[in-house]
Design a protein around this ligand. Structure first.
Ligand SMILES: [Fe+2]
Ligand SMILES: [Fe+2]
Length: 350
């Protein structure tokens, strides 16, 4: 049965589950399982995001990429690409030594690779690759970027990927079920220089940065979307994102930096997981897509209230957080809120 026939059969037999209990995360970490090292400095560059503003000013720790950043450069050649996608470059510094990795890769190769060039991403120093989850807006440009920079990437560079990272995803739209694509393992293997590392548990990706592994679910209101589907046992069922993971850093004297892709498992769940995993309650920054676009106002309010209670020094909602939730974060946490724009560099120092 090909995919089209499979989806048709699922619909015909009523096997397509549109809502229901999400499978609970299986993780149950002991408090402080991970002794995460402190970093002296970290720089997170948002290579692409849903929004770009070439005139936006620097804000707190955010350094914008826009008009005036390279005096003398033709303004036509400075503009960055924005899309429904997300990509980050993360650099940590420990004892004076820098380490860097890429996390997520956006969708449009032309746009993302041009942004990487404009932002001076140095592929030769990239030590590892991470992927937050198996949705196309995070890996769409992955294979082409890797192919085009094959000579620059290190041989045997690890790609850290969670459970079901290589599985096809589906979306339930009013018009029917749509395939959201699949990152195929064999296509990554065919690159010939990437070492696939599948993880379930907290794992260091470079010195000073941890991947959470599978995230424990503790809130009762972050249930995930009934419209994002995965195939299990011949049926399309709501995706529980068992393999979705986030990045956690520990900035010396300031606390945790939590960086997420889409946060389908819930941004509050992820932050609580990062706190439990490291045994560190102080959160310095929460950044990334919180997947609240189109969410009911009650879900947005409860999420914002719980993040407010965590009291991070910075809150940077990006990507699929959505305009409505972004404005609520700004209203409720004005001193901590930063509006992200594509190309923004976040400079974390002690
Ligand atoms: Fe996603
Ligand atoms: Fe996404």
């Amino acid at each position: 049965m090909n995919r089209r026939e499979f989806v048709k059969a699922s619909l015909a037999t009523g096997a397509l589950v549109l809502a229901g209990d999400m499978v609970k995360g299986e993780m149950n970490l002991a408090y402080g399982t991970v002794k995460i090292p402190e970093v002296d400095k970290a720089t997170i560059t948002v290579i692409t995001d849903n929004y770009y503003d070439a005139l936006k000013r620097h804000d707190k720790i955010a350094r914008r990429y826009g008009i005036g950043i390279k005096p003398g450069t033709d303004v036509y050649k400075l503009n960055l690409h924005a899309e429904h996608g997300l990509s980050y470059h993360i650099e940590t510094v420990l004892s004076g030594n820098p380490h860097s990795f890429l996390f997520d890769y956006g969708v449009d190769f032309q746009g993302v690779s041009r942004n990487m060039e404009l932002l001076n991403i140095d592929f030769r120093t990239v030590e590892a690759l991470g992927l937050s989850h198996g949705h196309f807006d995070h890996w769409g440009a992955f294979l082409e970027i890797l192919k085009s920079k094959k000579e620059e990437f290190r041989k045997g560079i690890p790609l850290y990927i969670g459970e079901e990272g290589f599985v096809e995803r589906f979306g339930q739209l009013p018009a029917g079920v749509l395939s959201l694509g699949q990152l195929k393992r064999e296509n990554v293997e065919r690159l010939g220089f990437v070492n696939i590392v599948e993880i379930k548990d907290p794992t260091p990706i470079v010195p000073g940065a941890y991947l959470t592994g599978s995230v424990e679910r503790v809130t009762e209101y972050e249930k995930g979307s009934p419209y994002l589907l995965i195939e299990r046992g011949g049926k399309l069922v709501p995706d529980n994102f068992i393999g979705e993971y986030a990045v956690v850093l520990n900035l010396k004297g300031k606390g945790l930096i939590v960086l997420v892709g889409c946060a389908h498992v819930g941004i509050v769940n992820i932050v609580k997981h990062a706190q439990k995993m490291t045994g560190i309650d102080k959160v310095h920054a929460v950044m990334g897509g919180f997947h609240l676009t189109g969410a009911k106002p009650e879900l947005i309010q409860r999420t914002v209230a719980d993040i407010k209670a965590v009291n991070p020094d910075y809150i940077v909602p990006t990507h699929c957080t959505g305009y409505e939730a972004i404005t609520v974060f700004e209203r409720e946490m004005p001193g901590q809120f930063i509006l992200n724009t594509a190309g923004t560099r976040y400079l974390f120092t002690v």
